[in-house]
Design a protein around this ligand. Structure first.
Ligand SMILES: N[C@@H](CCC(=O)N[C@@H](CS)C(=O)NCC(=O)O)C(=O)O
Length: 207
């Protein structure tokens, strides 16, 4: 069986958006399947590990884990890095963003008490700025790219978290006096024509 690639997720950007951006960059047509929160119970048991995103490949096989799915598309479009060390470098950046920075956002979203939410937003911004400072200091090795060899999925992951996640904790831009190199990466990805076209046409959602 051969059909279109499908990515299934909630009607949000969340953990699916990096793959949606990478597929758009790669010129991959895909079905952007969105499950309403109220309907999730009907889907959960039939997914590979009981969570989304889920990717269905052209051959019908399904896989989960948002970062693993994104890495698959980064591999397909030669965005992993050009050497073992560059792949380590890009993975380190992506893990910092998706394994360390991301849970701070989840805490904010899950908080129901307004005062606690504000406190968690403040803590998230402090932690994000700490990690951003570390990345800025040693890990921007190209011109507007993390990798010396050029554009990679680490650049797209940074754009995704800065553009789509940080504003949800009231961090709407990077401080260009502190992280100018990271800001240049974000602006480079923002202008990448295929990613910009996806961002312009994607559904407008709360997160
Ligand atoms: N480590 C997984 C986490 C997946 C995850 O927690 N997905 C959430 C949405 S962001 C979900 O499906 N929640 C519903 C549930 O777990 O029942 C990944 O990165 O894909």
């Amino acid at each position: 069986m051969s059909s279109q690639v499908k990515i299934k997720y909630f009607n949000t950007r969340g953990r699916a958006e990096l793959s949606r951006m990478l597929m758009s960059y790669g010129g991959q047509t895909f079905e952007d399947s969105r499950v309403e929160f109220a309907d999730w119970g009907q889907h959960k048991d039939s997914t590979p590990i009981g969570s989304m995103p889920v990717i269905t490949l052209e051959n019908g096989n399904e896989y989960s884990q948002g970062t693993a799915i994104a890495r698959y598309f980064a591999s397909k479009y030669d965005l992993l890095g050009k050497s073992d060390e560059e792949r380590l470098h890009a993975d380190m950046v992506v893990d910092t963003i998706r394994s360390d920075m991301w849970p701070e956002f989840v805490k904010v979203v899950m908080a129901s008490d307004a005062a606690q939410k504000e406190q968690l937003k403040k803590e998230a911004r402090e932690k994000w700025n700490f990690w951003l400072g570390k990345l800025e200091a040693k890990f921007v090795r190209g011109t507007d790219t993390f990798l010396a060899s050029g554009f990679s999925w680490a650049d797209v992951a940074l754009f995704n978290v800065v553009n789509d996640i940080f504003p949800l904790a009231d961090m709407t831009s990077l401080d260009t006096s502190v992280t100018p190199k990271l800001n240049s990466i974000v602006e480079m990805v923002r202008k990448e024509p295929k990613i910009a076209a996806w961002v312009a046409k994607r559904p407008v959602t709360i997160m």
